[in-house]
Design a protein around this ligand. Structure first.
Ligand code: TRP
Length: 332
């Protein structure tokens, strides 16, 4: 059996969208045939930004498992688990917290950006600046080779690699150095550089056909193109970006007809809506099938969390052994 391990995860703060799919879900679900995959729903990490909304997590977690299933997660092949059900993660976080300096944490560009976005600078919690340490534990507890994530996660993967190397140097070789596998960055429906649930510019994996169509028809095309017969510039069109990602084979031709003013924006966007809806049809079919199995989400998470605890306990024993904290004197 192939023991190459893949670990990745997401904060359960809302519905997943096409940006998640292109950035990470696609890559990770393609790895399921070849590797042993673990997918974590990071509910404790969600607390770092949503501490007042802990009560919403239960619903978000269940929604997220359905999003995973719709996007291609196969519970026969891979494990999906809940961070808070695996106490070994918290234990490893405590150990790692002594291997990372505070200036190193404060330099993290993703953390800085999130802090600015939330206007939190002066009220940042210890848990929030420290979440990349906890994420390093999320990753390293499973000793994975690959971590498929969106490009915004790069600083966290780099920190996990540093922590692994520092641990190995300090105490002995326990951790393989993991590799990030980065997907593409998808723009928002408003043309903003990033699709994000908090920006209101997302196409959710669970959107209906009508909702996808409405979102596409609202996309801003070349503002200088007034009449359908005016020549257009696909480089400034929010809709065209989606052609390059979801309709690659025809993107060049679409760009040419746009530049010639041969096809109007309304017609062009209606065709794009069809492309996206075709792309999402398998998601909708799988979701419908899985929604009919009421105990499925519960069983997936219980089974996956049990498996994660076993894997986690194994690593934690190696960690303590390497540190000289296996405490044999307590036994027998
Ligand atoms: N930071 C990730 C996000 O914002 C979630 C996450 C938590 C994660 N632990 C992880 C991703 C471990 C990859 C590996 O979605």
């Amino acid at each position: 059996m192939n023991r190459t391990i893949v670990l990745t995860g997401d904060r359960p703060t809302g519905k997943m969208h096409l940006g998640h799919y292109v950035g990470s879900l696609k890559n990770r679900f393609e790895m399921q045939d070849e590797f042993q995959c673990f997918f974590m729903i990071a509910d404790y990490q969600a607390l770092t930004t949503h501490q007042n909304r802990a009560g919403d997590l239960a619903a978000h977690v269940q929604e997220m498992v359905l999003d995973y299933l719709a996007a291609g997660f196969d519970p026969q092949k891979s494990a999906c688990f809940l961070q808070s059900q695996v106490p070994q993660l918290a234990e490893l976080t405590v150990i790692f917290s002594n291997l990372v300096t505070l200036p190193r944490l404060l330099r993290n560009p993703t953390v800085k950006e999130e802090m600015e976005k939330m206007g939190l600078e002066k009220r940042t919690t210890y848990g929030f600046v420290g979440y990349p340490v906890s994420q390093a534990a999320d990753i390293l507890l499973f000793r994975p080779q690959y971590v498929p994530v969106g490009p915004d996660q790069r600083p966290h993967i780099e920190l996990a690699r540093e922590v692994a190397a520092r641990f190995n140097r300090t105490y002995g070789d326990v951790f393989p150095i993991p590799h990030g596998v980065y997907g593409a960055l998808l723009k928002g429906t408003d043309g903003q550089s990033k699709m994000g649930k908090s920006y209101g510019n997302a196409i959710d994996l669970s959107d209906s056909e009508a909702s996808v169509r409405a979102k596409v028809m609202n996309m801003v095309t070349d503002p200088r193109r007034v009449r359908a017969t005016d020549p257009g510039n696909p480089d400034v069109c929010s809709a065209f970006h989606y052609r390059t990602v979801f309709d690659e084979a025809r993107a060049d031709q679409v760009a040419r007809t746009c530049r010639k003013g041969a096809v109007g924006c309304t017609t062009c966007k209606a065709a794009l809506a069809d492309v996206l809806n075709d792309f999402m049809t398998p998601f909708r079919n799988r979701r419908k099938a899985f929604e009919k199995q009421p105990d499925l989400v519960r069983d997936i998470l219980n089974l996956g969390s049990a498996k994660a605890r076993i894997e986690g306990q194994r690593t934690l024993e190696k960690v303590k052994e390497a540190m000289g904290m296996g405490y044999k004197f307590l036994m027998g």
